[in-house]
Structure formats: structure tokens, C-alpha cells
Design a protein around this ligand. Structure first.
Ligand code: ADP
Ligand code: MG
Length: 256
């Protein structure tokens, strides 16, 4: 396994109470090398909390997370992160934003520029290197954010609802692009979403989460005979969607 969660629990202190709030409870989850895993669950079930643990920005209350068998003890350049609203530097061009991560890695200037250009090409923004973020659409900004994460060549790409703020059409084209990039680069991707369709479309496996406390209810293998054509019209797409919908609905019903 590339990534392993072992009995991971995360609690937050609650003001004026000595009982903490348990956001994640006994998470056991493995992500394979080169896998595209999507994690779907209702808002507030602990998806971002789980991803934050994986970035190493926060630590579990108990349990352990390992990458390549090594416990995560802090942030590292082996992991690239893309959030819903990626704060691109407004004073830097698209190219300058992609170069940023490479400066941190002390890549020489000439090489930096060439690498950044190659990654803008990869996300379909070849001609837009000189544009500033305010001159780009939301979808283009997320492409820049993806290029920035990929430029320093992380093993793992962590994405927290990166397309949630985009319109449906832009979202679909970015999903398609992301699959193409994944196939081309072979990265391990953990992609968080609250959208069932998005989870089924992108994931080789879909981990379905429940809330209060956040747990992984089930991990569903997703496979299609062919990825050609309109996948969303494939009857199996509907079956996967329904299975996940049912799991999530039971969840909502039990909380209500
Ligand atoms: P999701 O990303 O699935 O919408 P989150 O991981 O953001 O959910 O949050 C899960 C739960 O943990 C929520 O009830 C949220 O209020 C709580 N939570 C998240 N971060 C903190 C924090 N730093 N302090 C206290 N509670 C938090
Ligand atoms: Mg979240």
C-alpha cells in the first residue's frame, strides 16, 4: 500500500466542555500505488479533516498514517495539495505561480521555467503563462493550481473538492483532463468530493464515508468495460451511483 490509515481517530477540543468532539473514528483505509481513490460523504463528515491528516498539517489523536510504510510526521514535498479555492498569488503570472513550488525545491531558474511551461501545457494552458489570476476563469485557475502541484513531481496528489466551485460544464472538462493527467503521470490520487457522480466518474475505488463520527462505511470497486464514450450513460454507472446513494441515504436517515 502506498498510503495506510490504521485506526485513525481525530478529536477536537470543544469550548466549555471537557468532552472533545470526535470528527474521525477508527479510520482504516489503504490506497494503492498509482491508484485514483475518491472519498465521498456528506458535508461535515470529516473529509477535509482526513485529508489534513494526510498532508501532515495536523496529527491524529490516535492511530497512525503511513506513506510508503513511513509514518507521516509533517508536511512534505512528496504530497501535492489542491483545495477548492486555491490561493494563487495574485501578483504572479500563471507561469510564476507554477514556478513557485520549484523555487522552494531550489530548481535552477532556466530549468524552472521550462518545467513550469511543460506543466501548463499538460493542463491545457500552454498559451496562458503570462496571464495573471484575475485574467483567468475559475476553471483555468484550478488548472494552474493543478499544474503547480504537479510541477514539483509529488508521489501523491491530494485534492479536496477542487472542482466544487466550478460550473457543471467546466467541472466535467476538468474531470476528463484530470483522468488524462493521471493516466499520463501515474500519480497516486486521493480526491475528496461530496458529489456521487464525480466520485464514480473519477475513482477506481470509492470510499464512502458516514458522519458523526466520521467513518469509512464501505469501499466500492468501480470498473467499466470501456471508458470510451459517455461513461455517465453506461448502465453500470447508474448502478454504482445508486449503491452509493443508498449508503449515504441510510446515513442521513439515521441522523435525522
Ligand atoms: P467535511 O470536509 O467532510 O465537510 P470537515 O472535515 O471539515 O468535514 O469537518 C468534520 C467535522 O469536524 C465538522 O463537524 C467540523 O465542524 C469539525 N471540525 C473540523 N475542523 C475542526 C477544528 N479545527 N476544530 C473543531 N472542529 C472542527
Ligand atoms: Mg471539506
Amino acid at each position: 500500500m502506498k498510503i495506510e490509515f490504521r485506526q485513525v481517530t481525530k478529536e477536537f477540543a470543544v469550548r466549555d466542555s471537557d468532552r472533545p468532539f470526535r470528527a474521525l473514528d477508527g479510520i482504516d483505509l489503504g490506497v494503492r500505488e498509482g491508484e485514483f481513490l475518491t472519498l465521498v460523504g456528506p458535508s461535515g463528515c470529516g473529509k477535509s479533516t482526513l485529508l489534513d491528516l494526510l498532508t501532515g498539517l495536523t496529527a491524529p489523536t490516535s492511530g497512525e498514517i503511513r506513506i510508503d510504510g513511513v509514518p507521516v510526521e509533517g508536511p512534505g514535498l512528496d504530497r501535492g495539495i489542491v483545495f477548492q479555492q486555491y490561493a494563487l498569488f495574485p501578483w504572479r503570472t500563471a507561469l510564476g505561480n507554477v514556478e513557485f513550488g520549484l523555487e522552494a525545491k531550489a530548481v535552477p531558474r532556466k530549468e524552472r521555467s521550462a518545467l513550469a511551461r511543460r506543466h501548463l501545457d499538460l493542463v491545457g494552458l500552454g498559451g496562458f503563462g503570462d496571464r495573471y489570476p484575475h485574467e483567468l476563469s475559475g476553471g483555468m485557475r484550478q488548472r494552474v493550481a493543478i499544474a503547480r502541484s504537479l510541477a514539483f513531481d509529488p508521489d501523491v496528489l491530494l485534492m479536496d473538492e477542487p472542482f466544487a466551485a466550478l460550473d457543471a460544464q467546466t467541472r466535467e472538462s476538468l474531470q476528463e483532463e484530470l483522468l488524462r493527467i493521471w493516466e499520463k503521470t501515474g500519480k497516486t490520487i486521493v480526491f475528496i468530493t461530496h458529489g456521487i457522480d464525480e466520485a464514480v466518474y473519477l475513482g477506481q475505488r470509492v470510499a464512502v464515508m458516514s458522519s458523526r463520527p466520521g467513518r469509512v462505511r464501505q469501499v466500492i470497486d468501480v470498473s467499466f468495460d470501456s471508458r470510451e464514450g459517455d461513461l455517465r450513460a453506461d448502465p453500470r454507472f447508474g448502478e454504482y451511483r445508486h449503491a452509493i446513494w443508498t449508503l449515504l441515504r441510510e446515513e442521513v436517515a439515521s441522523v435525522a
